[in-house]
Design a protein around this ligand. Structure first.
Ligand SMILES: Nc1nc2c(ncn2[C@@H]2O[C@H](COP(=O)(O)OP(=O)(O)OP(=O)(O)O)[C@@H](O)[C@H]2O)c(=O)[nH]1
Length: 384
C-alpha cells in the first residue's frame, strides 16, 4: 500500500545499491495525497540499551501518528498559518494571558505587579534574563501608570519580538554546494526524522533535488521511517542495515550525492546510543568522515529541540553545540506545548539561528520562524 503511487519498485531497492543511478521522479505535491501513513513508532521494537544522557529528559512515549488525511487538503494559506500557530501556542499563551489579566486588571504598574509579572514570565519558560529585560522595559515606559492587560500584552509582544528577531533566519541552501549537506542531530524523539521529511518536501517543492541518508542505523524503525519519507517526497534514500557504521554510510551518501549533483543531502543521526560518550564519538566521527569528501561539510548542522521539554532544551543545546558545532535550531512540537516560551530564552541565551518551527506531525507542519507572528501568538494577540 505504501508503494501504491510508485507502482513499480521500492525506492529502497535503489538505496541498497550504491551504484544505482538516481531515479528520482519529478516532485509533485499531489502525490502526497496518496501517501501512506507514517510508520507507527515501533511499538514492537525492543527499547535500545538504557538511556544515556543524564541531562536529557526522556520524551513522553509518543502515540502513533494518525494517517495523514489532512494532506488531501491544499497547503494552508498565510492566514491559515497564523491561526495554526496561534492555535498551536494556545497552551503557552493562555497561561501567560490569564496571568497577565490576573495581575493587571484595574491596577497601576507598581513594584509588586512587576515582580508578579517577572515571575509569571519565568514560569512560562521565557527564562530569568528575558523576564527581567522585558519587565524593565515595561517599567521604564509605564511605571506608576494605569495599564490594561491588553496594553501589557502588546508591549511584551513587541519586546519579545525584538529579542527573537535576530535569530529568525531562513535556512538558506548554498547553490554552489552540490550537495549542501545538512546534518540533523538531537535527542531521540525530538523530531529529527519527521523534520527531514518536512524539509525534503519543501526543498523538492522549490525544485531542488534532495537525497536522504538514514544515519540513525541504531534503530530499524528510524531507517524505515526515513525510507517512507523518501517515498512520499520522491527523494532517493541511502540506507544500510541496522547496526551498520553510520559514519561509513554518511561518507557514501556524500560521495553519491556529489557524483549525482544533488542539491541537498539531509543526514539523519541517532539520538541515543549506549551512552553519552558513544553518541559523542559517533557524531564526531560522522562529521570527520564527511569532511574527507568535502572539507566544508556539513554546511548546516541542525539541532531539533522538542518544545515540550522546556528548559531542558538549554542543556541539549549546550551538549550538542560543543559536540558538533550546531549552527541552527529547529523547535518542534510547538503545537500543544505549554512551554513555547522556551524559544525566547533559547534565542536570548544562545543566539543560534532558529530556522523553522514544527507545529504538527503533517508534512506541511514546518514553518519558517517568523519573530513577529510568534511573539504575537505567544501573547494571544491577533496578526495585524
Ligand atoms: N505534534 C507534533 N509532533 C511532532 C512534531 N515533529 C515530530 N513530531 C512527532 O514526534 C515523534 C518523534 O519524531 P521523530 O521524527 O521520529 O523523532 P526522532 O528525533 O527522529 O526520533 P529517533 O528516531 O527516536 O531518534 C513522531 O511521532 C513525530 O510525528 C511536531 O512539530 N509536532
Amino acid at each position: 500500500m505504501i508503494l501504491r503511487w510508485f507502482g513499480r519498485k521500492k525506492p529502497e531497492d535503489d538505496a541498497r545499491k550504491p551504484d544505482a543511478p538516481a531515479d528520482v521522479p519529478p516532485f509533485d505535491d499531489e502525490r502526497l495525497d496518496e501517501a501512506a501513513p507514517l510508520p507507527v513508532e515501533s511499538a514492537v521494537e525492543a527499547p535500545p540499551p538504557e538511556s544515556v544522557i543524564a541531562a536529557f529528559v526522556e520524551p513522553e512515549p509518543v502515540a502513533a501518528p494518525e494517517p495523514e488525511t489532512e494532506i488531501d487538503e491544499p497547503p494552508p494559506t498565510k492566514k491559515g498559518w497564523f491561526s495554526r500557530l496561534k492555535e498551536g501556542l494556545a497552551k503557552s499563551s493562555s497561561k501567560l494571558t490569564e496571568g497577565i489579566t490576573g495581575i493587571f486588571t484595574k491596577r497601576k504598574l507598581d513594584d509588586e505587579a512587576l515582580e508578579e509579572l517577572e515571575e509569571l514570565l519565568i514560569t512560562a519558560d521565557l527564562g530569568p534574563v528575558t523576564a527581567a529585560k522585558v519587565t524593565a522595559e515595561l517599567a521604564r515606559t509605564r511605571f506608576g501608570k494605569e495599564i490594561t492587560p491588553e496594553e501589557v500584552k502588546g508591549i511584551l509582544a513587541a519586546e519579545i519580538a525584538k529579542i527573537i528577531s535576530p535569530v529568525a533566519q531562513p535556512l538558506v541552501i548554498d547553490p554552489a554546494r552540490k550537495p549542501h549537506v545538512i546534518l540533523l542531530v538531537g535527542v531521540n524523539g525530538t523530531g529529527k526524522t519527521t523534520t527531514i521529511g518536512k524539509l525534503a518536501r519543501q526543498f523538492r517543492a522549490e525544485g531542488k533535488s534532495v537525497m536522504l541518508a538514514a544515519g540513525d542505523t541504531f534503530r530499524a524503525a528510524a531507517v524505515s521511517q526515513l525510507k517512507i519519507w523518501g517515498e512520499r517526497t520522491g527523494c532517493e534514500v541511502v540506507a544500510r542495515d541496522t547496526g551498520a557504521d553510520a559514519a561509513g554510510l554518511a561518507y557514501d551518501a556524500v560521495e553519491r550525492a556529489r557524483a549525482e549533483g544533488v542539491d541537498v543531502l539531509l543526514i539523519d543521526t541517532a539520538g541515543r546510543l549506549q551512552n553519552k560518550a558513544g553518541l559523542m564519538d559517533e557524531l564526531r566521527k560522522i562529521v570527520r568522515v564527511i569532511k574527507k569528501v568535502d572539507e566544508t561539510a556539513p554546511h548546516t548542522t541542525l539541532l531539533t529541540l522538542d518544545a515540550t521539554t522546556g528548559q531542558n532544551a538549554h542543556s541539549q543545546v549546550e551538549i550538542f553545540r560543543d559536540m558538533v558545532n550546531v549552527n541552527g535550531l529547529i523547535l518542534t512540537k510547538l503545537d500543544g506545548s505549554a512551554r513555547g516560551g522556551v524559544l525566547v530564552s533559547l534565542a536570548e541565551k544562545f543566539k543560534l539561528p532558529v530556522h523553522a518551527i514544527g507545529v504538527g506531525e503533517g508534512v506541511y507542519d514546518l514553518r519558517p520562524f517568523d519573530a513577529d507572528a510568534f511573539a504575537k501568538s505567544l501573547m494571544g494577540l491577533n496578526a495585524d
